[in-house]
Design a protein around this ligand. Sequence first.
Ligand SMILES: C[S@@+](CC[C@H](N)C(=O)[O-])C[C@H]1O[C@@H](n2cnc3c(N)ncnc32)[C@H](O)[C@@H]1O
Length: 247
Amino acid sequence: MEEQNVILGRNPVIEAIKSGKEIEKIYVSKTAGGNISKIINLAKEAGIVVSTTDNDILSKLAGSQNHQGVVAVGAVYKYFDVDDLLEYAEQRKEKPFLLILDEITDPHNLGAIIRSAEAFGVHGIIIPKRRAVGVNATVVKTSAGAVEHMRIAKVSNINNTIRGLKERGLWIVGTDVNAGKSFEELDYDFPLAIVIGSEGKGVSKLVLQNCDFVVKIPMKGKINSLNASVAASILIYQVVSKRKGKA
Ligand SMILES: C[S@@+](CC[C@H](N)C(=O)[O-])C[C@H]1O[C@@H](n2cnc3c(N)ncnc32)[C@H](O)[C@@H]1O
């Protein structure tokens, strides 16, 4: 785990963005002028959230040190590469078992998924760089500390990552409320990644097309879907129980 840190001042923040440092958010003063628009543009290009705010908030974040109207709040988590996730499975002499989260935006869902994944021995979680929540303070808290033991990789393009995983021998199991196949029909005794979709629109069409299997958890009630973290937990448990006792 990396400590959450703050970077103060214009040049340090510019250098931090350029070096690709994990930055969660950049705060800029409402009244800042000069090269502030350059910082905002650089941040946007790097996909970093920028918040325009009052000087009081900046001073609080900066602990009364000089911030020149800009404070970057560093990441709370150091991400892994997809290769690290697969190597971890290899070290454990287990068939890879990964989760791919397709644009989960609620930090409580991400935290809960990490917690279940850690509890049941998932080797790693893949999340997209854009349009999804990353590991922030709420996620850390909701995961009840499980995030410290979970390898999470951030990728630019989920579909390219899926292609790469298939080349490495993984089977991709998508989940969708309207799938024709029940999740109980697979034996999960193969290297795999399970795809869980976003709260609003589910797994995207293209990702579903790239899956080897698409399964549903049959439901009896009137509500048409489960919470993403609940669905993830049911699937994770199914994989673990089906693999039990198998090498
Ligand atoms: C809240 S649901 C998304 C609902 C979305 N409106 C849809 O129609 O797909 C979030 C994710 O949880 C998983 N999920 C929820 N209920 C499920 C079910 N009954 N079967 C399979 N997956 C489910 C899927 O990955 C889904 O994309």
